[in-house]
Design a protein around this ligand. Structure first.
Ligand code: BYC
Length: 330
């Protein structure tokens, strides 16, 4: 269904006068913070935007397993290995909650996965960067999951019931993820000189990709106006990015690391840290499929999907056999 509905930018937000009676009634529910549930009437564009965002979010959780999964066998201790294994498994669970939320909108998981594999749906830009060493794994947990939490805490209040409820559960697990990442990077930052250098290098490389996770600037964001009017998004890309910078800079300072951006400076007047813009040309290039790892990530996902076909076939055959036996017994 979504494949037929795909389009890139949302149109301008309708004024109340331009809305039909049904659309006005829908907007009133949103304005009064009444959650929209699967069987409720909703505008086609609301449904499409949700399928796009939730589908993209689900894909990010699943593709996001790759850069970390790659390090499970090379974790430095048994304890770190067990923690990383649990975290990476959680991400698969997050993907499942989110694909299920998208299914309540009438879109199947198989169709969304197909669109991902055909390069017709996106996933978070951050997972197109490599994890070169163990310090990167700490930095991913701390910065990437940290950025994800900032975004997802806000999304707990999103207007679509199943998405909001999935977020509440995901946020609980996500905070463990960020803490384990900070703990791992802390060990390195307070470790030997060589370990500290590795931690610094990881932060330097991952800082800008992490702040790009919040999407383009509000001025360049094509979907924000409508998504905020429908409270699919409750905070803007720039607001969330600022919140992340404000909470993370003191953590970098606590670690005794250098700030990864010379533009980071406390602004007394604004009550926030100033920071430099990431390279937006790089961002748009990465989301178009030209980042350092896009090709590998997609081919790894396709291989995993194809290799798992026999498991899906087996489960389906078992379920069909069970329901046939149940019918025969009735
Ligand atoms: N990467 O109009 P905008 C995790 C696209 S997983 C790629 O502002 P929107 C984890 C955007 O789709 C956490 N594309 O968009 C997992 C749009 O293009 P289309 C993942 C991006 O949707 C495993 C265009 O740029 N979190 O943490 O209003 C291990 C214009 O943007 C990105 C979520 O998915 C990006 N970063 O706002 C470890 C959160 N940013 O679709 C960790 C849910 C923008 O029109 N999603 N684009 O062709 C959201 O909150 C919103 O979708 C965004 C973007 C804030 C990301």
């Amino acid at each position: 269904m979504y494949a037929q509905m795909i389009k890139t930018a949302s149109k301008g937000v309708k004024t109340r006068e331009e809305m039909t009676d049904q659309e006005r009634e829908f907007q009133d529910k949103i304005d009064n913070d009444i959650k929209i549930e699967p069987r409720d009437w909703m505008p086609d564009d609301y449904r499409r935007t949700l399928i796009r965002q939730i589908g993209q979010h689900a894909h990010s959780e699943v593709v996001g397993q790759l850069p970390e999964g790659n390090w499970i066998t090379r974790a430095p201790t048994l304890e770190r290995k067990a923690i990383l294994l649990a975290k990476v498994q959680d991400e698969a669970g997050h993907g499942l909650y989110l694909y299920s939320a998208a299914e309540t909108l009438g879109e199947t998981r198989d169709e969304l996965v197909k669109l991902l594999h055909e390069g017709r749906m996106k996933y978070s830009s951050i997972f197109n960067y490599p994890t070169l060493n163990w310090a990167d794994i700490g930095a991913v947990g701390w910065l990437v999951d940290g950025a994800a939490i900032v975004n997802q805490v806000a999304l707990q209040r999103t207007s679509y019931g199943p998405y909001s409820r999935a977020m509440i559960r995901i946020c609980k697990e996500e905070s463990f993820h960020a803490r384990q990442g900070y703990h791992a990077i802390m060990k390195m930052a307070f470790g030997t000189l060589e370990q500290k250098k590795m931690a610094q290098d990881a932060v330097n490389r991952l800082w800008f990709p992490a702040i790009m996770m919040f999407g383009p600037t509000d001025a360049a964001s094509t979907n924000s106006d409508q998504s905020m009017a429908w409270k699919i998004k409750v905070k803007s890309n720039d607001e969330l990015r600022q919140q992340f910078v404000d909470q993370t800079v003191p953590q970098i300072e606590y670690l005794g690391l250098d700030l990864p951006d010379p533009g980071i400076k406390w602004n007394e007047e604004r009550g926030h840290y100033d920071f430099s813009d990431p390279d937006w040309t790089e961002f748009f290039n990465v989301i178009k499929g030209n980042g350092p790892c896009n090709v590998d990530r997609l081919s790894d996902r396709k291989k995993a999907w194809d290799d798992g076909q026999w498991v899906r076939d087996g489960l389906l055959a078992h379920a069909q056999k069970k329901s046939a036996a149940k019918l025969a017994a009735e």
